[in-house]
Write a protein that binds this ligand. Structure first.
Ligand code: GAL
Length: 364
């Protein structure tokens, strides 16, 4: 635990720089609250490896702080998640850590949490449209999109004036607040090259609402890519795909390979991703997916666990951003971590030396 705290402190920068707010709007001068209670954790899905890592890490960090943890996965179904959170409130948990499935579906249940004075931490995805969310812990989500776009710009040589190249855009789930941050971050850098025609989107699908992928589902992305390939690329080839998440990248890659990309004179396009999921890192090593954005979920979990402990023991949780994330009702005090761009050239240094994966896991 000492190591984790030290790591967090390093990332946070000087403690004196950290902004602080009082927990849940309550005075922090009151007596210490419940250390050693039970924390309810609501995660979106077991179908994606990253959320399994999040769940495991949050539970073990809470246990290390002396708490019990109740971890539930909502099978990517908003109604299931609402009833799971309702159940946790009825069981009398002392705090909730929630990664929402649909960021607007939780207003009612969070009202119940507020009535029961249960503090709520919005985990990775901001919960929208409710005053009843106390803190947000995530990564710099626009930076994720900027890393993806920067990779495409560098690999295509756009700054050197090369082109024109064909690109297609994919975005995340429309009900996830992160989706527009990733997309805006990327488009901010790509737009000038679309404007000057060094980049061309042959499908004509350019607006966020045309390119989202409900629930970040890989097969849904595969289907959309198939449609695009048959409608717009019978005589052309795709040079780059902006993909916001590894599960989507794997779906897009399947469609491309079935269309003959990756063999003969049809190289695979540059394709980005996010989360450094095992299948995608293996794909990067094989030379298929090009890049991913690594977010050290151990640090994210650590910040969430520490916030809970601070709130429940009457301390003021550390935050490092009080402006970036407004949920429509309030600006939610946030702690944002920094992501890292990863490709074949640095995965060993970042992911293996960093202890996220072992060499054996990546080579099996
Ligand atoms: C987002 C998250 C991404 C990715 C995606 C799909 O909310 O920030 O890292 O995991 O969900 O699960």
């Amino acid at each position: 635990m000492r190591n984790r705290r030290a790591a967090l402190a390093t990332i946070a920068g000087a403690a004196s720089l950290a902004l602080t707010l009082s927990a849940c709007g309550e005075s922090t001068t009151g007596s210490a609250k419940k250390a050693g209670g039970t924390i309810g954790i609501a995660m979106p899905t077991e179908a994606s490896e990253r959320w399994l890592t999040d769940g495991k890490s949050v539970v073990s960090d809470l246990k290390a702080e002396g708490y019990q943890a109740k971890l539930l996965y909502g099978e990517d179904d908003p109604k299931t998640q609402v009833s799971q959170i309702e159940g946790l409130i009825k069981e009398g948990v002392d705090a909730l850590i929630i990664a929402a499935i649909d960021n607007r579906s939780l207003n009612g249940v969070l009202q119940q949490a507020a009535a029961a004075k249960i503090p709520v931490i919005s985990y990775d995805r901001l919960i929208l449209g409710t005053p009843n969310v106390d803190y947000y812990v995530s990564f710099d989500n626009e930076q994720v999109g900027r890393f993806q776009a920067r990779y495409i710009i560098d690999k295509l040589g756009l700054e050197k004036g090369k082109g024109p190249f064909n690109i297609e855009l994919f975005a995340g789930s429309p009900d996830d607040n992160n989706t527009k941050y990733f997309f805006d971050g990327a488009m901010h850098l790509l737009q000038p090259y679309l404007d000057n025609k060094q980049l061309v989107i042959r499908s004509g699908q350019t607006a966020l609402k045309q390119v989202t992928t409900l629930r970040w589902d890989g097969p849904t992305a595969k289907k959309r890519m198939e449609g695009i390939l048959s409608a717009s690329y019978s005589t052309k080839t795709v040079d780059a795909v902006l993909s916001p998440y590894d599960g989507i990248s794997i779906g897009v890659l399947k469609a491309l390979k079935e269309d003959g990309y990756g063999s003969g004179n049809k190289p695979l396009p540059i394709i980005t991703g996010q989360d450094a999921e095992l299948a995608s890192v293996k794909s990067i090593i094989k030379g298929e997916q090009s890049q991913t954005v690594y977010k050290d979920l151990r640090l994210l979990a650590g910040v969430a666990a520490e916030m809970v402990d601070d709130i429940l023991t009457g301390k003021t949780p550390k935050i490092n951003n009080r402006r970036a994330y407004n949920n429509g009702v309030k600006t939610v005090p946030s702690y944002l971590l920094q992501p890292t761009t990863v490709d074949k050239s640095n995965y060993e240094y970042v992911l293996v030396a960093g202890g996220y994966y072992t060499d054996a896991e990546l080579k099996s």
